[in-house]
Design a protein around this ligand. Structure first.
Ligand SMILES: [Zn+2]
Length: 161
């Protein structure tokens, strides 16, 4: 790694290796779950925004559009009204993981959106503990796709940098 890369935080994050991605994704799963567990009740308007973002994920024509819609869903789940301390921990973790986002195949989007629906359903029922558990499993279950992203990045860039 060049001295320049070492001094630039963003470049350090780009060079996350597989063990780091595993740990950071586990942290993201815990923090997103915690944020939802501690959040105030989700009103109908917020749930409607969640369903709309999830619908965009379902009909996304490509992986980039799907990733944007997925980010919207997760931001809506976690951010409005969330505990500020939890968010302060979560944001840099999310930012780091975003650098190795996978190219998801189209059929993955439907399963992914269905898992979001299960979280939103639990929130609609006022069961934040269940929503939190489902969200934690959903984020943890995204690890293989993230690791695929890391492998693809390594294939592309090698250790040439
Ligand atoms: Zn998701």
């Amino acid at each position: 790694m060049s001295p320049t890369a070492r001094s630039n935080p963003r470049d350090r994050l780009v060079h996350l290796d597989e063990p780091a991605v595993r740990e950071l994704n586990a942290v993201a799963a815990i923090l997103e779950s915690l944020a939802v567990r501690r959040a105030p009740a989700f009103d109908a308007a917020r749930r409607a925004r969640l369903r709309a973002a999830n619908a965009r994920l379902r009909r996304a024509p490509d992986a980039v559009t799907a990733a944007i819609a997925d980010s919207e869903v997760h931001a809506l789940l976690v951010e409005p009204g969330a505990d500020g301390d939890v968010l302060a921990m979560l944001r840099p973790v999310r930012g780091a993981l975003r650098t190795c986002a996978a190219r998801r195949p189209g059929d993955g989007a439907e399963r992914h959106a269905a898992e979001h629906d299960a979280v939103i359903d639990a929130l609609a029922a006022g069961d934040h503990a269940l929503a939190a558990r489902r969200l934690r499993e959903h984020v943890a279950g995204g690890l293989p796709a993230l690791l695929e992203g890391v492998a693809n990045r390594t294939d592309r860039a090698g250790r040439a940098a």
